[in-house]
Design a protein around this ligand. Sequence first.
Ligand SMILES: CC/C=C\C/C=C\C/C=C\C/C=C\C/C=C\C/C=C\CCC(=O)SCCNC(=O)CCNC(=O)[C@H](O)C(C)(C)COP(=O)(O)OP(=O)(O)OC[C@H]1O[C@@H](n2cnc3c(N)ncnc32)[C@H](O)[C@@H]1OP(=O)(O)O
Ligand SMILES: CCCCCCCC/C=C\CCCCCCCC(=O)OC[C@@H](O)COP(=O)(O)O
Length: 378
Amino acid sequence: MGLLQFLKSQFLCHLIMCYVFLVSGLIVNLIQICTLPLWLVSKQLARKINIRLAYCIASQMVAALEWWSGTECTLYTDPKSYPLYGKENAVVILNHSFEIDFLCGWTFCERFGVLGSSKVLAKKELAYVPVIGWMWYFLEIVFCKRKWEEDRTTVAQSLQKLRDYPENYWKFLLYCEGTRFTPKKHQFSMQVAESKGLPKLKYHLLPRTKGFYVTVQNLRGTAAAIYDSTLNFRNNEVPTLLGILNGKKYHADLYVRRIPLESVPEDEAECAAWLHKLYQEKDGFQEQYAQTGRFPGPIVSPPRRPWSLINWLFWSCVVLYPLGLLIAQLLSSGAVLTIAAAVVVCSAVSMGMRWMIGQTEIDKSSNYGIKATALNNN
Ligand SMILES: CC/C=C\C/C=C\C/C=C\C/C=C\C/C=C\C/C=C\CCC(=O)SCCNC(=O)CCNC(=O)[C@H](O)C(C)(C)COP(=O)(O)OP(=O)(O)OC[C@H]1O[C@@H](n2cnc3c(N)ncnc32)[C@H](O)[C@@H]1OP(=O)(O)O
Ligand SMILES: CCCCCCCC/C=C\CCCCCCCC(=O)OC[C@@H](O)COP(=O)(O)O
């Protein structure tokens, strides 16, 4: 192990990174609150400012992936579609099997210059996660309770609000599986597939079709295409956020197919059947990946950009300098009680950060999709 790799695995380094992320994130959250009056005066300006502010937070995690862990992200796609990425609005469909799949999605958004404005249909619980969840509130992220009776109106309303979004280069991410893949959830969802007479999937959960239908209906005329994206990692790697913090390098492969939105049927039942067929195709791509170690089509990879690293260094300087002064002052004062209080605060912060990282861990995943009611729905 080299010196750099040794440093990357040290808890103190992780603590410093988490401190920079948390404190800069809270500063950004505070500035976002200050933009509230601006929404009344100029909604579009407030949105543009919030896109830049969101970039300050999200790109730190992207920098950790790209520059700290050195993870490589390879894109398999049609070279004719490639020039359109980042230049049009799109609904992205992604498999939900990895703890850092959202981060790989962000990395591609960063490389196509749409990180700050990217959107997702997220479970409501994430809205309460400090920094990221609070930032999403100002980005008009669409939240769902995964209770259709409530979501059918709220999700449609939130999507309608996005129709006049000023930066027309955003991507709307939809994890149609609705929850992360686990063997148990897979078993349940394949029972549902069987009861509906649908072919079984090997690598995906059965997609939920209602959110997709509502999204497509509400974004017709605004989003130009569906980006059907299938993600996997080389050598059966199981990537984690803690692995990234430890400087572990992964290799992500993403296969993206651009499908014009007009080709998605308008009728709800036909739209649902279209999505089920799409997931059967996605399953085929994963099978090919398992057999050959690659997705179909040529590789057209966008390079990483320096901005995420520059942003990270900027915020590190802003928040580490006062911390350095504070520590020096504390130590020179020799006040045992104050030092003890500082240690308690540090421990609380590191426990809080561990809880936030826990949100990404699959073994802490929700019970959605394995409840007894799942089958009773049919
Ligand atoms: C070039 C570059 C390209 C790409 C770059 C890639 C990506 C980057 C893009 C953007 C990045 C942006 C941001 C990313 C950042 C962070 C993201 C982080 C995380 C957030 C993710 C989440 O929170 S995922 C969870 C929330 N999302 C969803 O759930 C979406 C999918 N769900 C739905 O659509 C649902 O329909 C719903 C939520 C709208 C409503 O759910 P509900 O459960 O109430 O109703 P359903 O209709 O779905 O359920 C009943 C029907 O389902 C059947 N059923 C029952 N049990 C099961 C089961 N176990 N499995 C499957 N199906 C089941 C049941 O029979 C009912 O069937 P019907 O026939 O009646 O429909
Ligand atoms: C710069 C270094 C920064 C290091 C510290 C980073 C700390 C970041 C902490 C938290 C980030 C929270 C991001 C939350 C995104 C989680 C996305 C996710 O995967 O949600 C799961 C959801 O889809 C389905 O949930 P279930 O499977 O049903 O349960």
